[in-house]
Design a protein around this ligand. Sequence first.
Ligand SMILES: *Cc1c(COP(=O)(O)O)cnc(C)c1O
Length: 425
Amino acid sequence: MERDTRLEYARKLDQQDALNSYRDEFYLQPEVIYMDGNSLGLLSKRAEQSLLSALDAWKKYGIDGWTQGKDPWFYFSETLSEMCAPLVGAAKEEVIITGSTTTNLHQLIASFYHPEGARIKILADELNFPSDLYAISSQLVLHGYDPKEQMKLVKSRDGDTLSEADIIDAMTDDVALIVLPSVLYRSGQILNMKALTNAAHERNILIGFDLCHSIGSIPHCLDDWDVDFAFWCNYKHLNGGPGAVGGLYVNKKHFGQKPGLAGWFGSDKEKQFDLAIEMTPASNAGAYQIGTPSIFSAAPLYGSLQIFAEAGIHAIREKSLKLTDYMTLLVEEELSDYQFTITNPKEHERRGGHLFLVHEEAARICKALKEYKVIPDFRSPNGIRLAPVALYNSYEDVWRTVQILKKIMKEESYKKFENKRDVVA
Ligand SMILES: *Cc1c(COP(=O)(O)O)cnc(C)c1O
């Protein structure tokens, strides 16, 4: 990529972009530059269609929608799981679209955390999304342990990133289970899942990853890396809609392990309607479902995942890296007078789909950006996340975003806002 800051260059990159046509498949608002697809992905026309067809099936079939129509609801989670599996590098039986990130983590800890003897601790990190840490703590409490003693948190040296060596050092023989993010939600750092999994297994520790910020943004090879389990939400890069049903992965070597939190939708599908007093769990990842799936919160994924299958996750990753490279160079060239620090890793293999700009005035800079119709994401206390998304953002979007930031800084128009976060930020 050339260090060319002209608008013409952005337009040239857009013309050469093989994914450019997908932009037309999304609902983009006129004048608005959406840089928050890593918090809530935008609606695509295909996702809208698949939601409408689920509504239509309800309209036409009533109860028989469970077994009739184009995509019967009884098998819908499995249908989506098959579509999702290539994105995590797994067989379809190892994935199930169900629950939410946090409930799936509860399920996976309930199923795979077996403290024994001196091996009691759950290892996580202090930069992980708080919900994950709350879930881990409460699971420890359910087992009768004090989270202050048994939740071991790897510390960050710089407040933004984690060192894989530090994580591996923390894999001591009192650790029973490890839960880590694939991509850190603030700094966008990618952890080396393969190396961490190897290190965990050498020490006989099970390891799972939270893929919220990586699924749909970077390719995964969970089977090849031999990860034990993973879980994620589908409303960020996967554009499944607010509160979309989440997903989980269980390595096939663990099939047959009883679900810690059982419910009838985890049954073997042939047996589920025997309605027996004793449950026969599915022989695959389906066993970790609990109750009736939320069809309307899963339906948009059907259309969305088709787009991912068509565009290809490798092409998406390639463009995402180019967009974030381009944004980095523009920030360096155009904003050098304004005290921004880019704290996400620069190397491709360590960087996810967003940039993390740190600035003392971040909260009100974000408010000013919104006034100029750029949608960023503020992360307390001083971070601005900007996610140019491969499927619907253009190089011109990136160029305009940086120009608007420059204008805000130059004119100090952020100063008319309070430097405080809103309730949802
Ligand atoms: C978005 C996100 C969550 C959200 O969990 P929900 O159960 O979907 O509310 C959890 N963990 C991480 C790392 C996230 O980025």
